[in-house]
Write a protein that binds this ligand. Structure first.
Ligand code: SME
Length: 154
């Protein structure tokens, strides 16, 4: 596996340090989004959705192009499908996905990684990329490590 662009260990350290300084959930989610996007291509936009009691994904932090999709019902879009199917989704060409909810016309690929605590899905890290097939196995693994770190802190 190639070395990931995203340094997940560095992001996890920053999250733990913020947690030790009593950062709020929103601050932790924003820190994760900002740190992930700061790693550069293929991370064009990072959106942190948390699952509420009404089976909706609610946007609680993001870094990148603003989106109108601040609430997404489970089952809708790529984000909602990931929760419904209980799995991470790596969409290499969003234009080929009939359920895709567009945020930016520049987006070509998208990665959704669930934030899980044991069997519970707390939310997800949704990453848009202007690159085709932007996320290889190394990037997917790195984002999953950040999601796992968040799951221990939220
Ligand atoms: N593209 C996502 C919606 C979220 S915006 O990209 C931030 C989807 O299809 O669910």
């Amino acid at each position: 596996m190639n070395k990931a662009v995203l340094n997940s260990a560095s992001v996890a350290r920053a999250l733990h340090a913020a947690f030790c300084r009593d950062a709020s959930r929103q601050e932790l989610l924003q820190l994760a989004a900002t740190k992930i996007r700061a790693s550069g291509s293929p991370y064009t936009g990072v959106y942190m959705y948390m699952l509420n009691d009404s089976n909706e994904l609610v946007l609680e932090a993001f870094d990148g192009t603003p989106t109108e999709h601040d609430r997404i019902l489970v089952g809708q879009g790529i984000c909602g499908r990931a929760v419904q199917e209980g799995r991470d989704l790596n969409i290499r060409d969003v234009s080929a996905d009939s359920g895709y909810l567009a945020c930016s016309t520049e987006t070509q690929s998208e990665l959704v990684v669930l934030i899980r605590r044991n069997d519970d899905v707390l939310g997800q890290i949704d990453v848009d990329s202007d690159e085709p097939a932007g996320f290889d196995d190394a990037e997917e693994t790195a984002v999953r490590k950040v999601a796992d770190a968040l799951a221990t802190l939220l």
